[in-house]
Design a protein around this ligand. Structure first.
Ligand code: NAD
Ligand code: MG
Length: 350
């Protein structure tokens, strides 16, 4: 049933909304066998869809895909044979892969993404006649696969950029069903909204904002004579406990669980720390995402061989908090708490 509850801005789709016949008789080329690729390919295959994994000759992922019982071809052969081409190589290599496969993607075929960057910023310009869709699980691939195997689902996003056949949306919904997303719920969005909100969220809050907040907190304590170990525990390690509470019960659940002192201190001081100037910075960050400034910078950075990226990474690794953290994590049992699968790195290519 489609959830039209007015508390949602968008429709949420579940299993019964999808018509599996829209994907079951199609051939799907899954390009790439990394985090998302291995999960989409195996889930589709388990559901009876004809899957071809597209990988370069000599790719180290070939052996993995074959031992998982999948047929492997080169990306251009796979795309030429397929009705649906699922572009699951890294975003930075997608334009080059598109060049190599474009001839085999014909009118009536579908080009399918799990993130909209290259379409939204015109790094891939799809030809007329080809449907362009997105089914983006809101989880890393190993969870998309694990949930599916346990008869559970992974929430996802669905978007249609180009609908030339009139069937793009129905087919994407069937694809979302086949990889297990409609078991948990699929939200409709647009390529623009998915890309811009994703980039903003990771820059301002999730990856950029949080690490910056943690470093500033740590440095403030250490510069004022507190021990590095205490500063690490307070500003980094305990963040997990707070995030877990917010994940489970929202901010209200977190405020209910912490002490009244923590709640009062947080409520009175939080907005003094992250004040209106931070909000102004966020507006600028969002504007740079919206007007393409960030995208142009990142594309140019890649074309130049990633000089700034490499330097910033080295600088981040050299921060004192990383040093003390490494020592502390090796001393305490919680360092090994995470299961092997949760910490598993994505299979590397090359
Ligand atoms: P990944 O880096 O895990 O894997 C990419 C795979 O592509 C490699 O394993 C390899 O098989 C192949 N590959 C690498 N370089 C290649 C090249 N030059 N030519 C051909 N094949 C090559 O990628 P990922 O994280 O699964 O990302 C795939 C897509 O899914 C991206 O659009 C990404 O934004 C999106 N996405 C990722 C996640 C996630 O959590 N990882 C979540 C949602 C959406
Ligand atoms: Mg084709």
């Amino acid at each position: 049933m489609t959830d039209t509850d007015s508390t949602f801005d968008t429709e949420v789709h579940y299993d019964e909304d999808a018509d599996r016949s829209r994907i079951d008789d199609k051939t799907v080329a899954v390009l790439g066998y990394g985090s998302q690729g291995h999960a989409h390919a195996q889930n589709l295959h388990d559901g009876g869809v004809d899957v071809i994994v597209g990988l370069r000759e000599g790719s180290s992922s070939r052996a993995a895909a074959e031992s998982d019982g999948l047929r492997v071809e080169t990306p251009d052969d796979a795309a030429a044979e397929a009705d649906v081409v699922s572009m699951l190589v890294p975003d930075t290599v997608q334009p080059a892969v598109w060049e190599a496969i474009a001839d085999g993607v014909e009118a009536g075929d579908t080009l399918q993404f799990a993130h909209g960057f290259n379409i939204h910023y015109n790094q891939i310009v799809p030809p007329e006649g080809v449907d362009v869709t997105m089914v983006a699980p809101k989880s890393p691939g190993h969870l998309v696969r694990r949930n599916y195997e346990h008869d559970q689902g992974t929430p996802g996003l669905l978007a249609v950029y180009q609908d030339e056949t009139g069937e793009a949306r129905e087919e994407a919904l069937a694809y979302a069903h086949a990889i297990g997303c409609t078991r948990a719920g699929v939200i409709e969005t647009t390529f623009r909204e998915e890309v811009e909100s994703d980039l903003f969220g990771e820059q301002a809050v999730l990856c950029g904002g949080v690490t910056s907040l943690v470093k500033h907190g740590y440095e403030t304590l250490v510069d004022n004579g507190y021990s590095r170990e205490m500063a690490y525990f307070e500003c980094l390690n305990e963040l997990k406990l707070i995030v877990d509470l917010m994940y489970e019960g929202g901010m209200g659940g977190m405020w209910d669980s912490v002490s009244d002192t923590a709640e009062y201190g947080g409520l009175t001081r939080g907005d003094e720390i992250v004040d209106d100037s931070v909000r102004e910075n966020m507006e600028e960050t969002l504007a740079a995402v919206q007007d393409g400034t960030f995208a142009r910078e990142w594309i140019a950075e890649n074309q130049a061989g990633r000089p700034s990226y490499t330097q910033l990474r080295a600088q981040e690794t050299a921060h004192d908090i990383e040093d003390v953290g490494e020592d502390l994590r090796s001393l305490f049992a919680w360092g090994g708490e995470e299961s092997e699968e949760e910490s598993a790195e994505v299979p590397a290519d090359d």
